[in-house]
Design a protein around this ligand. Structure first.
Ligand code: BGC
Length: 757
């Protein structure tokens, strides 16, 4: 309290009054008056975001010695956590610097904090928008209880290329669904910043990062603006409309200009068109990387970044190093510095940090609010909802809670691997292993027999690269033959085999692009041997991306894709395998048959030579050696029950721009269990001034039906669903025929047409 008084008195000396939660005018007055007192160096200091090193998310170290805070050279810190740590550095900034400006504390709180939820790709497979919003709300509660006031999430990059490891971090291939999720995440993190358990969000990576050529991380992106707007931009724009407080520039170039220095992106589109009023931060060392992109020396790229519209420099310290000189030599105008500084100060004001710099430093909160039983119970529920049942022949699943169950595979007995790629704040060893989870759920009448069976891969060098951040699975001292022999013995002695195979969590995520999308070699060999035993097998597949599963689909009776389910994944997998919960996920990214099909989406264009049948057709758009279809399409996923769709009906056959059409379908649960289905609405613009996809998702409903129950599901079709960006980049709907398709996945729909007048 004394400290707070200190701050008030320092600021009142300068005639600054503090008010929070007040309208724009109050903030403007406050920031104007503060800016008027700041030196050029202090203003530039606000634009500087060094790393604190509590969490490692990239290369290089920052100087965060106290004198830098005292001189006002630091506007925020990346990767700092813990109430005491934050309080101490906040105190130096507030009490020892001339103007006492508090710090932003940014952390990658991506899919939970200490309570880790499934990876974002998995969360998107729930299609459960309120539940996804709740994960963000819980993450904000936990992070804010630990001193963090800014999360570098949501990541909303659309990705249609499974080679790109960061497909794990986003919501899949579809912009409509991606936009719904972007909005939900922003609401969850920062719906009400007057509270002390909500924090500033940051939508990233702006823009088009998920379209990296050849799926290689950080690679170039170049595409027509039509494609950008129709297929990639929607989720970023949705986050901006929802009021996201900050935007992060992406590493890639766009139309030949790195995003970090791309004025069209950062100013013309983001500010002028979308009216974004928060601040823009670079990605990790984004500014110096522009020299490697080959567009200038450090001085000039630093200026280019600021002038393009970047407000905060993550890690590189180059704003502090160069901008003073840029202003003094007239290449940068003082107003350009003021503009960026104002945006940072406004963010701090909106967060309430001027009113109380220690707003997020309550030492009693961590014990009460982090990793609580309620948060963990929710994580377990949503993990089960995110698992996608890809195959379930002869009702192999659910398993009975009895007999001997062999749990085999290098992913069956690890903790670190459960939590997934961006779980940098997970408590060490807080996740149960799959073996423990299955034992807990199966109870006493079942015996779980574990054998490792193989290493992650035969290649130790690949394994090391794939477990770089200390998430080593531990290479077994035994030979491949010994591991296999032990597993086969265990398998033969059991009634059923649960094979826990797939990627290690570091095989997807940042800097984890792959061209071979099969289950790694040693595990594939193990699976084939297990299949030869003739025992029923359930493949529990861990992965952060679509894998190629042709052989598995043909030979393994049951496949449950569990992604990386977070701290409660093991229990959730047990719940689903033993039928206490139903697998609820539907794919938000197509699973290819061959890596050569990539990039791939259900929303492809017809071409002038579309296929007319399912076989190969000469002089038509297809491959000699593999079909065009995915193995598992977007929207696909089974349940323990079955659903039947009645015919689609429309309440009218034409629609005007101020009208609407109701499309309906009757859904029946035809199986013998209760279950949930994701009913999906797709629309096709049949004749249009530019070529358009054969279908695009425009609505969905997650519906729970008791066994035997039927329900009519209605979708209201309105003008925004018919709009697209035309050749002039106008957002329009064109008159003519539209098809409406409804179904349980993108490949199995029923359709009806109407006329847009
Ligand atoms: C990633 C960002 C992340 C940042 C800070 C970068 O390497 O691309 O997604 O927010 O590091 O950790």
């Amino acid at each position: 309290m004394i400290k707070l008084k200190h701050l008030f008195s320092v600021l009142s000396l300068f005639g600054i009054s503090i008010c929070t939660g007040q309208p724009q005018a109050g903030m403007d007055r406050f920031v104007d008056s503060l800016l008027a007192r700041m030196t050029l160096e202090e203003k530039i200091g606000q634009l500087n975001l060094p790393g604190a090193g509590d969490i490692i998310t990239g290369q290089g170290e920052s100087d965060i010695s106290p004198r830098r805070f005292e001189r006002g050279e630091i506007g925020g810190l990346l990767n700092l956590r813990g109430v005491e740590r934050v309080r101490n550095l906040q105190r130096v900034s507030v009490e020892k610097s001339r103007l006492g400006i508090p710090l932003l504390i940014g952390v990658d709180v991506i899919h939970g904090y200490e309570t880790v939820f499934p990876i974002p790709l998995a969360l998107s497979c729930t299609w459960d928008i309120p539940a996804i919003e709740k994960t963000a709300r819980i993450a904000a509660t936990e992070a804010s209880a630990d001193g963090v006031n800014w999360t570098l999430s949501p990541m909303v990059d659309i990705c249609r290329d499974a080679r790109w490891g960061r497909v794990a971090e986003g919501s899949g291939e579809d912009p409509w669904l991606g936009a719904e999720i972007a909005r939900a995440m922003v609401r969850g993190y920062q719906g009400d910043l007057t509270r002390n358990d909500e924090i500033l969000a940051c939508v990233k990576h702006f823009a088009l990062y998920g379209a990296a050529e050849a799926g290689r991380d950080y690679n170039s992106v170049d595409m027509s603006r039509q494609r950008m707007f129709n297929e990639y931009m929607l989720p970023y724009q949705a986050a901006v409309e929802e009021g996201v407080g900050s935007v992060m520039a992406s590493f890639n170039d766009v139309e030949g200009v790195p995003a970090t220095g791309n004025r069209w992106l950062m100013t013309e589109l983001l500010r002028d068109q979308w009216k974004f009023d928060g601040f823009v931060v670079t990605d990790y060392t984004g500014i110096p990387e522009m020299t490697a992109h080959g567009i200038g020396d450090l001085q000039s790229v630093t200026e280019q970044a600021l002038q393009a519209g970047i407000d905060m420099d993550m890690i590189s310290d180059l704003f502090v190093k160069y901008l003073k000189n840029s202003v003094e030599s007239g290449r940068v105008k003082p107003e350009e510095i003021d503009r960026a500084c104002r945006r940072i100060l406004e963010a701090k004001y909106k967060l309430g940090l001027f009113a109380d710099p220690y707003k997020f430093c309550d030492t009693e909160r961590p014990a009460r609010q982090i990793f609580t039983p309620e948060h963990r119970a929710f994580a377990r529920r949503i993990a089960a909802e995110s698992f996608v049942l890809l195959k379930n022949e002869k009702q192999t699943l659910p398993l009975a809670k009895q007999g001997r169950i062999a749990v085999i595979g290098p992913l069956a007995n690890t903790r670190a691997n459960m939590v997934g790629t961006w779980s940098v704040c997970a408590r060490e060893n807080s996740a149960a292993t799959l073996v423990e989870g299955l034992r807990e759920v199966a109870g006493k009448r079942a015996e779980i027999v574990y054998a490792k069976g193989s290493n992650l891969t035969y290649d130790p060098a690949l394994e090391e690269r794939a477990t770089m951040f200390g998430r080593s699975l531990g290479r077994d001292g035994r030979s491949d033959e010994e591991l296999l022999a032990e597993a086969l013995e265990a398998a033969r002695s059991c009634d059923v085999i649960v094979a826990a195979l797939g990627e290690s969590s570091e095989m997807s995520g940042e800097s984890s692009s792959r061209v071979d999308l099969h289950i790694p070699d040693a595990q594939q060999a193990l699976l084939r041997k297990l299949a030869e035993t003739g025992k029923p097998i359930v493949l529990v597949l861990f992965t952060g991306r679509p894998l190629i599963l042709n052989w598995e689909q043909e030979h393994i009776p049951a496949i449950l894709n569990v992604w990386f389910g977070g701290t409660e994944a093991a229990g959730a997998i047990g719940d689903v395998l033993f039928g206490d919960a139903a697998p609820g996920g539907r794919l938000t990214t197509s699973f290819p048959r061959h890596v050569g099909q990539l990039p791939m989406t259900y929303a492809y264009k017809s071409t002038g030579r579309p296929l007319q049948s399912s076989g190969f057709e000469k002089f038509r758009s297809n491959y000699l050696d593999v079909s065009n279809d995915p193995l598992y399409p977007f929207g696909y996923g089974l349940s323990y029950t079955t659903f039947a769709y009645g015919p689609v009906t429309l309440d009218r056959t034409s629609m005007t721009s101020d009208g609407r059409i109701v499309a309906s379908v009757t859904l029946t649960n035809t199986g013998d269990r209760d279950g949930e289905e994701v009913v999906q609405l797709y629309i096709r613009d049949v004749v249009c001034s530019i070529t358009r996809p054969v279908k695009e998702l425009k609505g969905f409903q997650r519906v729970a039906l008791k066994r035997g129950e039927s329900r009519r599901i209605d979708f209201e079709i309105t003008l925004p669903m018919l709009k697209f960006w035309n050749a002039h980049l106008d957002h329009v709907a064109e008159k003519g025929e539209f098809e409406v398709m409804i179904g349980g996945n993108s490949a199995e729909t029923q359709k009806k047409s109407f006329e847009f007048l």
